[in-house]
Design a protein around this ligand. Structure first.
Ligand SMILES: [Zn+2]
Length: 487
């Protein structure tokens, strides 16, 4: 009944927003305020509808009647906007930076749920709109999809623009990495001179962007003691931006991120202004590092695990430094930030401790498997693998063949495969060398979870892509084991 009402109201409000003859409402400001208020209401109603966390409908409707909505609302943020883009780690980077700004008493408006195209940003801004021209926040912190970024930057006019890694991801959508990098380069050439550009020094495609722009801040990571990274088979190291020769690496950290140089022309990874040093990884429990900036260094403790999250922390740290946040504030804010949805989030379902590990592409998967292998430390692990092929995930799931699944086989005790592509996963595991008698297949996520818990005597690890993780997360929330994260 309530669900039905919510569904009907959603349709009605969408229609009201899109088909009201708004030109009859006098006054441009007044008209816009009414449109924003309708979008807010639509978002609110939609969030009360089943497992709808996709509230971008409200953003799409608002942009249909007011295409400049993002720019108009973003301009009202007194401290401006930080925009963050990368293939992997946007959500965690934004989450960490938001934590730092909150702790510093600078409340941010954030798109926390990974709705990172124009409608997602519009709907978060609309949700933050208050009476008059005020917003419930002083600064915007938005993750933006790699391909949407060039169109959104002129609207957001970011004060700080953070560009992280470019990995292979949903190739059917994102296109070739070099194409994305070329679009970013064109965007940076047109970028306002007062935008602070923050670039990943360790990704050759990104560090070579904006070579002539003064004041660019670069961030990087020094390898932890005893770290022996190798270029994964799925890694896509670019050619040297200057001469086209194959790059070589003095250290590989994540995928093709690392300390790169060109043996042919001598081009090298630029010395980063902001760097993570003295990195100590504590498995799934998090990491310690020292954040070195031009204004001094500070020790950071992270609740998010793995080297890939060290990159996210140093990206957030570089942005915070560009915003003038004092270093002790950065440390305090990061220590207080919990993992965001599905990113090594720990839950207890019934009596089973469950750890959720989101992964969407080969590089992400390799990092998650690396964490699991380290976490095992002699014990054998029970893992629930979930794979969907919805629009949200990209229809092409062949990337699982590019991930180094073989690495985790020695520490697997039992694997359960679920999601709409459960069978593909099971085949992948079998080819990686898992004994088929140790693999269960049950596509419905609820059944897969139940089967996995029944066969796990202790902790259960869930490795899942996006929409399957949403399903699982909603399921355990329904059962009362976890709060709904989007309310
Ligand atoms: Zn070269």
């Amino acid at each position: 009944m309530r669900q039905q009402l919510a569904r009907r109201s959603t349709v009605l409000l969408d229609r009201v927003l899109r088909s009201t003859p708004w030109r009859l409402v006098p006054g441009r400001e007044r008209r816009f305020a009414l449109q924003v208020r309708t979008a807010r209401l639509l978002r609110w109603v939609q969030r009360r509808q089943e497992a709808r966390i996709d509230t971008t409908l409200a953003g799409r409707a608002l942009l249909a009647v007011e295409p400049d909505a993002v720019g108009r609302m973003a301009a009202r943020l007194p401290e401006g906007v930080v925009a963050v883009s990368a293939t992997n780690g946007k959500t965690t980077t934004v989450n960490l930076l938001a934590g730092v700004l909150e702790a510093a008493g600078r409340p941010p408006v954030v798109n926390r749920l990974g709705e990172n195209q124009a409608p997602g940003v519009a709907v978060e801004l609309a949700a933050a709109a208050r009476r008059g021209r005020r917003l419930a926040g002083s600064i915007g912190v938005f993750e933006v999809d790699e391909l949407s970024l060039p169109a959104l930057v002129p609207q957001l006019r970011p004060r700080v623009l953070v560009l992280g890694n470019l990995f292979r991801d949903q190739l059917d959508r994102a296109g070739e990495l070099d194409t994305v990098a070329a679009r970013w380069a064109a965007m940076l050439a047109d970028c306002e001179p007062d935008t602070a550009i923050v670039l990943c020094a360790d990704d050759p495609r990104v560090s070579s962007l904006a070579p002539d722009r003064p004041g660019v801040v670069r961030f990087g990571v020094r390898p932890p003691a005893g770290h022996h990274g190798r270029l994964a088979e799925s890694a896509d190291p670019p050619a040297c931006a200057r001469c086209g020769a194959e790059l070589c690496y003095d250290a590989v950290l994540v995928g093709h991120l690392g300390h790169h140089r060109c043996p042919s022309c001598g081009a090298a990874r630029p010395q980063p202004e902001v760097e993570a040093t003295d990195v100590v990884l504590h498995g799934l429990a998090g990491s310690d590092l020292v954040l070195r900036t031009p204004d001094g260094s500070v020790a950071l403790r992270l609740a998010v695990p793995g080297l890939y999250n060290v990159y996210n922390a140093v990206a957030a740290g570089a942005a915070a430094w560009a915003l003038g946040v004092p270093l002790d504030g950065v440390a305090q804010g990061m220590a207080a930030t919990r993992p965001s949805f599905g990113r090594a989030e720990g839950l207890t379902v019934g009596r089973t401790p469950v750890r959720l590990l989101l992964t969407k592409n080969p590089t992400g998967m390799n990092e998650v498997l690396r964490l699991l292998t380290a976490e095992a430390a002699g014990r054998a692990l029970d893992v629930l693998f979930l794979l969907n092929d919805r629009d949200l995930d990209g229809r092409d799931v062949s990337w699982i063949w590019d991930a180094d699944v073989e690495d985790v086989v020695p520490v697997l005790r039992h694997a359960t495969c679920g999601g709409s592509r459960a069978t593909s996963l099971a085949v992948r595991l079998k080819y990686a060398g898992v004994d088929p008698s140790h693999i269960d297949v049950s596509p419905p996520v609820a059944e897969a979870l139940e089967a996995a818990m029944a066969s796990a005597p202790g902790e259960l690890f869930v490795v899942s892509n996006y929409s399957a993780m949403l399903e699982l997360r909603e399921l355990v929330a329904e059962q009362g084991h976890a709060p709904r994260f989007w309310r």
